[in-house]
Write a protein that binds this ligand. Structure first.
Ligand code: PGA
Ligand code: ZN
Length: 429
């Protein structure tokens, strides 16, 4: 039993300089934890509600005082002095207090901050590391995830002309976590040189990746291939490429608009383009290749490419067990992006992960484009044995805190790196 002694929340800033919620929870044992929530820019329609004040006199309407008040004045009085058997008991209590399907009464940002602070405090009370606690409550074996490093930013995350939101590298061929990290970092720095040589901008986007203007989406792939070579690594052996197209942002009137390629494509034509990219480049994974409601497009790409590469559903599933169930039935995608704040509690997130694993879908634990110094997802990725983590470029502290936490976890746990041993095995199943 975990007895809550105090609970408080405050408005803090995220990496884009916008307010977000931080909760501070203390158990009777004295175990005390802080947790903060991230925020997306290219959000899915079916995400749980992020409660913002909409008061234009403060922070351009993006204040979260209402969510903070919901923690301090609604949730705190009803949980202080109460005992909860486990994480599920606390989360179910919060869900019943909210009572809506999308957490619109209290706000997913209010609920998640409490849910995560409770998990961290429970780990402290048990005197085990957070990743260990998460492994125990989800009955998963530890593993070190393959980092999907977003080294070139476009779409809603940058002010350049590149349509694809994220160009990532995956050091699948590394022997262990430390080597994977080093490979990714060296390619990132090599890319900076490649861009400079091409007289391209080396300013960065929201997730720390470079954000140059380019003549086409394919040019981004070519620059990354050059960077891999420059770093002395072999693309297609040591390192693979991954994309997040975030196709919701390209979709209008049943067509996909690629401004930098000056193209207007049907779903089938878009899939043709992906197929030619997959034939030309060592692309291992494409996320949100189609818009969130374009189920026929999703079915077509899964039929055509699902046995060759990983197809990740982000906006289409929004970490929601009900939406994932529908996707599995419709045979859409073969992997799911996991974002705690899309669903709003740790328990529901673990439920979605269990569902995905049962259906042999890959799980990728993910940050949001707006982050804080919170490193919960690093522990989550190891604790639930997710084989991948998506947490941006190896630059800017909001991204680096996750990588540094993974390095500490690796040192302590010596968990096996998922790369060659398990992720590649899954891919070639
Ligand atoms: P977001 O982007 O956090 O802005 O939604 C991340 C993603 O689309 O994966
Ligand atoms: Zn995405």
């Amino acid at each position: 039993m975990f007895n809550i002694k105090s609970l408080h929340a405050r408005e803090i800033l995220d990496s884009r300089g916008f307010p977000t919620v931080e909760a501070e929870l203390c158990l009777n044992s004295g175990a005390k934890a802080l947790a903060s929530v991230p925020s997306g820019a290219s959000t899915g329609t079916y995400e749980a509600l992020e409660l913002r004040d909409q008061d234009s006199t403060r922070y351009m309407g993006k204040g979260v005082q209402a969510a903070v008040n919901n923690v301090c004045k609604v949730i705190a009085p009803s949980v202080i002095g109460k005992s909860f058997a486990d994480q599920a008991a606390l989360d179910h209590f919060l869900l019943s207090q909210d009572g809506t399907a999308n957490k619109s009464k209290l706000g997913a940002n209010a609920i998640l901050a409490v849910s995560l602070a409770f998990a961290k405090a429970c780990a402290l009370e048990k005197q085990v590391p957070l990743y260990q606690h998460l492994s125990e409550i989800s009955s998963n074996k530890l593993s070190m995830p393959v980092p999907m490093m977003n080294i070139l930013n476009g779409g809603a995350h940058a002010d350049n002309n590149v349509d694809v939101q994220e160009f990532m590298i995956m050091p699948v061929g590394a022997e262990n976590w430390n080597q994977a990290l080093q490979m990714g970092v060296e390619i990132y720095h090599a890319l900076k040189h490649v861009l400079r040589e091409g007289k391209l901008m080396t300013g960065v986007g929201d997730e720390g990746g470079f954000a140059p203007n380019l003549s086409s989406n394919q040019e981004a792939l070519d620059k990354i291939m050059s960077a891999i070579e420059r770093a002395g690594l072999v693309a297609g052996k040591d390192v693979f490429l991954a994309l997040d197209v975030a196709a919701n942002e390209l979709f209008n009137d049943n067509k996909y608009y690629l401004a930098s390629d000056n193209k207007q494509l049907s779903a089938t034509q878009l899939i043709d383009m992906y197929e030619s990219w997959v034939q030309t480049y060592p692309i291992l994974s494409i996320e949100d290749a189609l818009q969130e409601s374009d189920f026929s497009g999703w079915q077509e790409i899964t039929e055509r490419l699902g046995s060759k590469i990983q197809l990740v559903g982000d906006d289409v599933f929004v970490t929601n067990p009900t939406r994932l169930k529908q996707g599995i039935e419709k045979q859409i995608a073969n992997a799911i992006l996991i974002k705690l704040n899309q669903i709003g509690t740790l328990t529901e997130t673990l439920e979605t992960i269990a569902l995905a694993k049962n259906a042999h879908y890959q799980t990728i634990i993910s940050h949001r484009s707006g982050e804080t110094e919170e490193s919960f997802i690093a522990d989550l990725s190891v604790g639930v044995g997710a084989m991948q983590i998506k947490t941006g470029a190896p630059a800017r502290t909001d991204r680096i805190v996750k990588y540094n936490q993974l390095t500490r976890i690796y040192e302590q746990s010596k968990a096996v790196y998922a790369g060659k041993h398990s992720f590649t095995k899954w891919l070639h199943k």
